[in-house]
Design a protein. Structure first.
Length: 277
């Protein structure tokens, strides 16, 4: 019995109505197991076979499940494709991320920006500038290679090993400043350090005098979706209390952002951040 099912049964010891039972049956189709038979679901959920058959029949009528005529197994229905456009529209990354960016901006008073991977580059897709006179700017559309700067290295560090290999097969790092890490071994060690620590930090790797800290945002599969970043003038990175505060606020926001994008709660423990300045 899966952990999810066990917890569901513990939480669901009260008598459930037909709608609740239908929802539990539908939720089983999000498991790794793609198809189910009536008796399998009956055993897994401890519903009677007659109840499972009746509910599946209704769900099939409305397109929420479909049945293979040969195996008699049930699969998730094609009707869910109709929900995708609205779901994608409602879950647009900058739209959802804006609330978290605004909280970080208010609490740190530094420039906050959101980044994604586009091809072999990091691209900024949203930004909120610091209200301070001395501030670091990061315009929407700004691009950089994935090996330079915290926001880029964060995206690369939490990408799959396959993506990283493909990236380094195609890209030969070259220095943008004296601080850019281009040695393959040093860069590999840096990416591993970011994975362990849970966030990336850089100072002058793309622009002299500019520091940055960046934390990963994950999707419902636990895969890297974006990096949430702060751009901080070098002089303020030297203020250990302020920079530590910035890291704490940013990483907390990135974890909340990931939850909003569907990251499983069970994966959050593996992405808790170890504060190091």
């Amino acid at each position: 019995m899966s952990e999810k099912t066990a917890s569901a049964k513990t939480a669901g010891s009260k008598k459930r109505n037909a709608i609740e039972k239908a929802m539990e049956i539908l939720l089983k189709f999000q498991d790794v197991k793609a198809s189910w038979g009536i008796r399998e679901l009956s055993t897994e959920l401890e519903f009677s076979p007659a109840t499972v058959q009746r509910i599946l029949s209704v769900l099939k009528t409305y397109g929420f499940v479909r049945q293979d005529d040969r195996t008699r197994q049930y699969f998730v229905g094609n009707i869910f494709y109709r929900f995708l456009e609205n779901l994608n529209h409602a879950n647009n990354l900058p739209g959802i991320g804006r609330q978290f960016m605004e909280k970080v901006a208010i609490k740190t008073r530094e420039t906050v920006y959101l980044n994604i991977i586009q091809g072999n580059l990091r691209i900024c897709i949203d930004t909120i500038e610091s209200p301070k006179a001395l501030k670091a700017g990061m315009p929407i559309g700004n691009q950089s290679p994935l090996y330079a700067g915290a926001s880029a290295k964060c995206l690369l560090a939490f990408s799959s090993a396959a993506f990283q290999k493909e990236y380094f097969d195609a890209v030969a790092p070259r220095p943008l400043t004296d601080a850019t890490i281009v040695d393959p071994n040093a860069l590999a060690a840096e990416l591993a350090k970011i994975q362990v620590r849970g966030y990336a930090v850089s100072l002058g790797e793309r622009t002299p005098g500019l520091g940055s800290v960046s934390a990963p945002v994950f999707d419902y599969k636990g895969e890297i979706l974006a990096s949430l970043s702060l751009a901080v003038p070098e002089i303020r990175t030297r203020d250990k209390a302020h920079f530590s505060h910035c890291i704490t606020i940013l990483t907390d926001a990135a974890r909340a952002f990931s939850l909003a994008m569907g990251q499983p709660v069970t994966q959050l423990n593996s992405t808790r951040h170890q504060l190091t300045v």
